[in-house]
Design a protein around this ligand. Sequence first.
Ligand code: PLP
Length: 470
Amino acid sequence: MNTPIIDKLNDIKNSDMISFHVPGHKNGKIFDRLGYSDFKNNIVNIDTTEIPGTDNLHSPEEVIKESQDIASKLFKSDHTFFLVNGTTCGIQAAIMAVCSIKDKIIVNRDCHQSVINTCILGDIEPIYVNPDIDMKSGISLGVKLDDIKRLVEEDEDIKAVLITSPTYYGINSDIKSISEYLHKKNKILIVDEAHGSHIGLSDRLGVSAIEQGADISIQSTHKTLTCFTQASMLHVKSSRVDINRLKSFLRIVQSSSPSYMLIASIEMAVKIYKDYGKELMEELMDNIDKTNNYIKNFKNIYLYDYKDNDITKMYIITKNLNKSGYEIEDVLREKYNIQVELSNPYGILLICSIGNDKNDFEKLKQALGDIDNEIGNKDLIEIDYPNYIPQKALNPREAFYSNKKSIPIKDAVGKICAEYIIPYPPGISLLSPGEIITKEIIEYVQNCKNIGMNITGIEDRDLNFIKIID
Ligand SMILES: Cc1ncc(COP(=O)(O)O)c(C=O)c1O
């Protein structure tokens, strides 16, 4: 039998490609560097199940409880849960623990698809708060307290609020003010902190959501710390959250055979965080500062200005080269053996972690220095982010279960969308089931697709047809 997956993964591994993408352990390099090669090389030998002594993730009383308690102390929560189905399952459990069917939850419109999917699963109504968008770079600038206040004052039935902070691109919202306000109103704040598990490692990165007052935060420790892919943590610091209800939902949304390799990788990540985290983060930030200073002298390429946000993300804007980020991503991979996290029409996003070393940044500087001189000979299609606020005609669940039909996308303006349009990465939907299809959004996705955007969630990936509510 052919083994196409294993062959491809081995090809990538053997190429020694430099990783500026998740997972944060960066091809396992961090384990060798810190003297944990044994852990990495023999991980399959500790793959087991619930036998005497290994405890049970779904009702931990022994070693898993002990390890979760250590993590809880370190991450300053009342309770910490290890997750084996990613932040996705933490978001599902958190929302359904806090909201009952038909309840309303405010969520940032650029939330991860798992939030809207949870509203479908749990029959919960999302009320969207729109973040400001930087039209020239297409990224969300987080949500503002005043916008949340307005929605809460308008509708006293709102049960809770979920905010993504930091965003995929590393932009923080003011969780402290938002949580203070919501707690006065006796409402719960859940923070999707998928991209922020490393925040506690330096004052320069801000303050973790739990320390700013969030009731629940969920962190993809596989993205920005050193866990294996799919290993995440959920933290609770609140008397408002019904812990037993949360545990029941975690049992529903997680595998009944949780992987001990993933669980062990969380424990190892927590150990690395505690024993070496701050020191490694200092080193990482020094490398990032030097790279940023180097890029400042470039003629064309420039960096998004992170100010008070998460500087371990590097959003490099390449459009002055008359090239899209998609083209630059390909050049970096094919010519320089560097893989970035994602690209978009305007640039590329790099996720740097404590797993990156000085050599990674030296190679990056050299590659970007070369690329800065290579102006494209055709004009990049100027694609501004669509100036639209999606209008919801139906709740995601109603739309999901309605009869649907497929029609040519050119005839779909004004109709109710029955599927998702999700640029992937980052996995944030431009249109979700139940929203009105607009001309702006169709033109935007078609233009982006023509220059390389990967779109998921829609059956016809060529974007000739779209499903609408019949
Ligand atoms: C903002 C955000 N939230 C949640 C998730 C889901 O996280 P996971 O991949 O750990 O399930 C992602 C994944 O990319 C994300 O970007």
